[in-house]
Write a protein that binds this ligand. Sequence first.
Ligand code: SF4
Length: 483
Amino acid sequence: MLELTPRDEVCTRKALRINPAKTCQPVGALYAALGVHGCMPHSHGSQGCASFHRMFLTRHFKEPAMASTSAFTEGASVFGGGANLTQACRNLFDTYDPEVIAVHTTCLSETIGDDLNAIVSAMDIPEGKHVVYCNTPSYVGSHITGYANMLAGFVRNLSDKPLVGGADGSGDSMSMDLGGQASSADRLKSRTGKKLALFAGFINPGDMREIKRIAEEFDIDYTLLPDTSGVMDAPMTGTYQLYPAGGTPVAAIQALGSAKLGLALGETAAGPGAVALSNKCGVPEKLLPLPMGVRLTDEYLMALSEFASDDVPQCLEEERGQLVDILVDAHPYLDGKTAAIFGDPDTIYGLSSAVLEMGMLPRYVLTTSPFPAITKKLMELFEEYGVADKCLVKDSADLFELHQLVIQDPVDVLIGTSFGKLIARAENIALVRAGFPIIDRYVHSYMPLVGYRGGMRLVEMIAGALMDSLDRNCAEEDFEMVM
Ligand code: SF4
């Protein structure tokens, strides 16, 4: 299949992307909406779009990804889909009784120029029900942009501003007055609310469970948005539940305006949610990378420790020590090995940091999403480790380019999504599956890659892949039973 990849040079291209390993904005918006309890995600476009978005998520999570559609036909495509959307919401509330409908646009409705704000404002929404919306034009950005837009959409549409004067016992007039002018630190001091608004990046339900577990070890009162645990990893009970038990409650999103701090884990995917909360309700925001590996998990724990004004719980100290011990144990098989890392921006940053801690070199780091800021951040990280001149970082890249790079200067292991298996097979390089989508394996979405426990799993997967390669390829006299 990849026989057309040039083997003698790396071709430069500007206009064409081949095997881009990213998908369209509504896929991210749909996933974010599934992380809200009682929510029906709604695709404002043609039926084919909705089918594709649902299929893409189902292939990764091995769970049904529910969504409805405005079902555009020729008429809506020419005259606009306002009537379709209004009728669809009426039918959904009548038939499926969701608490909230989360509408995202598609290429078609964006090209027509449907004004969601005007359409939703004119709707007759039943008492106690909600319709939230965001724009997800798929000809820009990627599924990460769509995910971020939907998070911001939930906040803009649902989160209530705190009552002026602190009458609700949480927000206060000072925080409102200071919004947009004072520093985050000043605004944090001025807030009397106790709750932590946690925004999750584009991660698996298993990761979300781990992020919550760590916050709970600190005994912190938090709301996680979105929370796909209990939805996209719901247990088999024998009874189909249209709205599984998991997901962030709508009431909790409404109350986010009174939070003390908005903490985003994953700057590109989760950051816009925290920024929207800051803009609307004056809640100070703090943006952190996904907590992968030792150092980035430390950052998450330090933020929680500062928020709770408490020490790090002993059990988490122990987990950190275990991860460091494992890193030392596996060091002989990891040190100096090279990796090609590809996937979503927040994920490749977290993976690169973890791989550097293992003593490995992230030789190529590519995201197929258009986020130039991440390349700058990655180069800063590599400069800190003194390896910047040995690493190539690119955004808006594709796997056709990565294949050519790997042919010219091979690496020991590929770390990324299932799309990398073509390169892995063609060049006989081990592939460690991490990120989205993984459509050719099971269980991955249940097992965290974040936190110290996630770090242990990363070492297990990466060291295991390298040691398997060694077993397969070493000379007879070097073959070892005990490693
Ligand atoms: S038409 Fe646009 S929104 Fe629909 S599936 Fe294709 S890229 Fe996504």
